[in-house]
Structures are given as structure tokens and as C-alpha cells.
Design a protein around this ligand. Structure first.
Ligand code: NAD
Length: 504
């Protein structure tokens, strides 16, 4: 209902809503908005204008301690952890519905916070986040134990129990959706959760906390504390009473999570980290136009700030020139940076000035390395205040160049030619990352060989970024360990207990 209403709003209506922005800014602990113990705040900027949106409460270690102590007590009290599965399902299902009913507010605040286009919020982030809670609601009464076949005078069964307090640390590129992917399975399994949104996108997590209560969730089960990674995130990851950290973010910080675990209580850690996804386009692909369209959307959607962005296009030499010309035409007709509050805009700004500098820095490196800049490469004229970067394409790239090896996390694509299948597989796998890959071919043998040999957690054949909640989302190599989405993830928020009865 509300999603439909939201889709009917025009640019002016979104601008008016932005003018009258009114959101909670405190910490959300034990079902209430509370001020941080030290009273600290941080400025929250709109990346499309560079102007302040509001001041958000900034938590300290003391707030982390208070939130964890309370979440632990609530867990032990059993209001959620021992709630009947059917009742817990109802709460999570309702939670999903409330996200959809609040589509306008979620779309507005994530767009203002991180600059993604309002139309992507309405077609991707809001509906998929709502569905995430409904999918995990459905898993609750499917979490089963086992009775094993053992000796006559014994009964051995294995049961699954929630872990306790789970810390969810998330990035800014899909603020609502990354939070949903993390907290839904943790809650479904019966845990208490502390969500730490990214400091660049602190608003939507707080609305989630409030709506969880409206859905009938007990106080203290979902808590949201904003603050900086190196203080609040670190304190959470080092906390002796946190049983698991579910992390999404950079590979560099993902590695730190494993260190913090070792330095504290050996808490479980799952990490969803960076990527340098290859899209491999073979000369025998059925429709080059189709492959081009997916390739363009695969790199420029969400301004390229996507973990699985198809940032390396591996194109067979015989179709290389044709592919590049079609790619240029398609990009020019589909992507140009603009005000993300305009439903017609397909590309917003980078999330921060630092991210803009970082992306422009990589573009300079690409030029210096000798790659050919086909288009883009700068800050678009007419948007001097926001943190915009033009859609950018480098051709003639080889896989040793820094722009082909490092995650740029912006609208910059590298096109690399290859000669044959062996060549393509070797380039695709020559990376520290292994989140995703895509293959375009009409030859079954080629497709199957690639699927077997590509080192990635997700492989698409003749498409890119297709999937649903049943799809395990996560990487090989330094793209992390553990999986988001899928049934396996709810089990990863439980631990097994083996119970042996002596009947003799
Ligand atoms: P980041 O690693 O800088 O930050 C992620 C989160 O970690 C933030 O909440 C931040 O505050 C926190 N953090 C930072 N330093 C910390 C520390 N020392 N201790 C504890 N917490 C700390 O990442 P980002 O810039 O927010 O997001 C971009 C990255 O996220 C990219 O690398 C992208 O590929 C990755 N990502 C991966 C997936 C996936 O599913 N694999 C999805 C989205 C984003």
C-alpha cells in the first residue's frame, strides 16, 4: 500500500519531505530512545549537497556495555529466546509488513544518508528488506534437531539453541537491506541483537528498532547504537558477553573482526566483505545486447558502491571492439549523476567526500598505469557541492594494474580482453576476492567448465545479480566466510547441544 503511494511521489514531493525531515537521533536501547552516557554527537551530512542533515547520538564504550548487559539479561529472561516459534514468527512477519508500510520514510532517509537513488530504494532496498524478515519468519519452526541411531540403552538427541547476544556491524551502501540481512536470521533464531549501523548512514537502523517494538517485539531484543567503527564497533567486537559478530564491510575490517574475536572470548564471526567481480563475455554469447545491458547495470547501479559490482569485464578479443562501442552507447543513455531524490535519477553521489576522493584517486592511478579512459573520469559539471563522480570506463586494462586488483567501490569499470577459455578463467581467478562472477555463453560445456573452475561464492550464467532469499550470499577467499540470506544463515545463529540419556 505505502510502497505504491511512494512510487507515485514526484521529485517535488520528495524534496518537500526532505525539507521536513523529522527522525529519531538518540540511541535505541531496551525499547527506548536514550541519550549517550557521555552526551556526544556527530554531524550527519547529505552527500548530494554536502550540507548537514542532523546530529546523531554518538555512543561510547559505556553505552556498548549498557546495551550488551541489558540484551544479555533480556536473552536470559526468555521473553524472546523462549517465545513459542509461532509467536516469534508473527512478530517478524509483522515487522516485514511495517517496513513496507513505512516505505516512504525508509526510502527518504537512506537516500538522504548515503545518496542512492530514491527509485532504487523503492524497487530494491525496501521490498527486499521487508521480504527478508518474512523469509526468516518462515524459517523459525523449521529449525530442527535430530535423534541419532545409537545403542539400545541410550537416547541421544541434538538440539539447536540460540547463541545469546549477537552484534551486527553493517556498511553504508545498503543501510536498510544490509541491516535486514544481518538482524533477521539472528532474531529468527531467538538471539538478542545489537545493531551498529555505519556512521555514514545512521538513520534507518533507529527506525527499525522502533518498528520492531510496534510489531510486538519485546524491549531489549533489538538495540541500535550509532557511533564510529574504531570505538563502538571495536568495543562490540571485543565484548566478552557478545556471542557472535555478524559483519558486512571491507576485507580490511573483516580481518580485524577475527582478531578481536581471538583477543576476547572466541566469539563466532561471520564476514561478508569486498569483491572484484569478473563478468566474462564469450564471443558465443546468445545476445551481446543483453550482456551489455547487464554489464552496464552491474557496474553503475547504486553508483558502483556494491560489493558484487561487476567491476572487471573480461571480453573475448573477437567481440571486444563491438562490446566496448555498445557499452558506451548504453551507458550514455542510462546513467548520469543527478539529484537522488528525483525518481528519474539513476545515479546519486558517492557516500562521502572521502569516498569521492578515493574513487577519483583510483581514476588517476588508472590513467597513470596506461589504461585508456573511454569516458567519464571526473566530477560532473553542475554538481559542485555534492560528492558526485561520473560513470567511468577504462579499456585496455591488464589484470596486474592496481585498478583491476583493488576494490574501487565506485562507478569505474575495467575492460580486459582475453583470447580463450583458459585465459579467461586464469584472469578471473587472479584476485584475492571471490564473491561473485558471471559468465555469458551459449555453449553448455563452456558454462559448466567455468562454473566448476571459477573461485567465487556466487556464479551467474547468462545473467547478473539475479537471485532470491534462498541464495547463499557470500564469498570465497578474502571476500569473507559465512553466508547471508538462505536457510543456512539462521542455523549459523544457533549452536548445537548434544544430549545423551542413559536408559540402562
Ligand atoms: P567498513 O569496513 O569501513 O565499515 C563497515 C562497518 O564496520 C561500519 O559499521 C564501520 O563503522 C565498522 N568498522 C569500521 N572499522 C571498525 C573497527 N576497527 N572495528 C569495528 N568496526 C569497525 O566498510 P564500508 O566502507 O562501510 O563498506 C564498504 C565495504 O563493504 C566494501 O568493501 C564492500 O565490498 C563491503 N560490502 C560487502 C557486502 C557483502 O555482502 N559481501 C555487502 C555490502 C558491502
Amino acid at each position: 500500500m505505502s510502497l505504491v503511494e511512494a512510487e507515485n511521489l514526484d521529485h517535488k514531493a520528495w524534496q518537500d519531505l526532505a525539507e521536513n525531515l523529522n527522525v529519531d537521533t538518540a540511541l535505541f536501547i531496551d525499547g527506548n530512545f536514550v541519550n549517550p552516557k557521555k552526551g556526544n554527537k556527530f554531524e550527519n551530512l547529505n552527500p548530494a549537497t554536502g550540507k548537514p542533515l542532523n546530529e546523531m547520538a554518538r555512543a561510547s564504550n559505556e553505552d556498548v556495555d549498557a546495551a550488551v548487559a541489558n540484551a544479555k539479561a533480556v536473552f536470559k529472561g526468555g521473553a524472546w529466546s523462549r517465545m513459542a516459534p509461532r509467536d516469534r514468527m508473527e512478530v517478524l512477519y509483522k515487522f516485514g509488513q511495517l517496513i513496507e508500510e513505512n516505505a516512504i520514510q525508509f526510502a527518504l532517509i537512506d537516500t538522504l544518508d548515503m545518496g542512492k537513488s530514491i527509485s532504487e530504494m523503492l524497487t530494491i532496498d525496501v521490498p527486499f528488506s521487508a521480504h527478508t524478515f518474512q523469509y526468516y519468519a518462515e524459517t523459525i519452526d523449521k529449525i530442527e534437531g535430530t535423534v541419532t541411531n545409537t545403542e539400545y540403552n541410550a537416547l541421544h538427541y541434538i538440539t539447536r539453541e540460540p547463541l545469546g547476544v549477537v552484534g551486527c556491524i553493517v556498511p553504508w551502501n545498503y543501510p536498510l537491506m544490509m541491516a535486514a540481512w544481518k538482524i533477521a536470521p539472528a532474531l529468527a533464531a531467538g538471539n538478542s541483537v545489537i545493531l551498529k549501523p555505519a556512521e555514514q548512514s545512521p538513520m534507518s537502523g533507529l527506525l527499525l528498532g522502533k518498528l520492531f517494538m510496534e510489531a510486538g517485539g519485546p524491549a531489549g531484543v533489538l538495540n541500535v547504537i550509532n557511533g564510529f567503527g574504531e570505538d563502538v564497533g571495536k568495543a562490540l567486537a571485543l565484548h566478552m558477553d557478545v556471542a557472535k559478530i555478524a559483519f558486512t564491510g571491507s576485507t580490511e575490517v573483516g580481518k580485524l573482526m577475527m582478531v578481536y574475536s581471538g583477543q576476547s572470548n572466541m566469539k563466532r564471526v561471520t564476514t561478508e566483505c569486498g569483491g572484484k567481480t569478473p563478468q566474462i563475455i564469450m564471443a558465443d554469447t546468445e545476445s551481446l545486447d543483453n550482456a551489455v545491458e547487464y554489464a552496464v547495470n552491474g557496474i553503475y547501479g547504486n553508483q558502483g558502491e556494491v560489493c558484487n559490482a561487476g567491476s572487471r569485464l573480461l571480453v573475448q578479443s573477437s567481440i571486444y571492439d563491438e562490446f566496448v562501442s555498445k557499452f558506451i552507447v548504453k551507458t550514455k543513455s542510462s546513467y548520469s549523476p543527478g539529484d537522488p531524490l528525483d525518481p528519474a535519477t539513476t545515479m546519486g553521489p558517492m557516500v562521502t567526500r572521502e569516498q569521492q576522493d578515493r574513487v577519483i584517486g583510483y581514476i588517476d592511478v588508472g590513467k597513470a598505469e596506461g589504461a585508456k579512459l573511454e569516458f567519464g573520469g571526473g566530477i560532473p559539471a553542475g554538481q559542485p557541492q555534492g560528492y558526485f563522480v561520473e560513470p567511468t570506463m577504462f579499456t585496455g586494462v591488464n589484470n596486474d594494474m592496481k585498478i583491476a586488483r583493488e576494490e574501487i567501490f565506485g562507478p569505474v569499470v575495467c575492460v580486459l580482453p582475453f583470447d580463450d577459455l583458459d585465459d579467461a578463467i586464469s584472469i578471473a581467478n587472479d584476485t584475492i576476492y571471490g564473491l561473485a562472477a558471471s559468465i555469458w555463453t551459449s555453449n553448455l560445456k563452456t558454462a559448466h567448465r567455468m562454473v566448476k573452475e571459477i573461485e567465487a561464492g556466487i556464479v551467474w550464467v547468462n545473467c547478473f545479480d539475479h537471485g532470491d532469499m534462498t541464495q547463499p550470499w557470500g564469498g570465497y577467499k578474502q571476500s569473507g566466510q559465512g553466508r547471508d540470506k538462505c536457510f543456512e544463515t539462521v542455523l549459523a545463529h544457533t549452536q548445537t547441544k548434544s544430549v545423551w540419556f542413559n536408559l540402562g
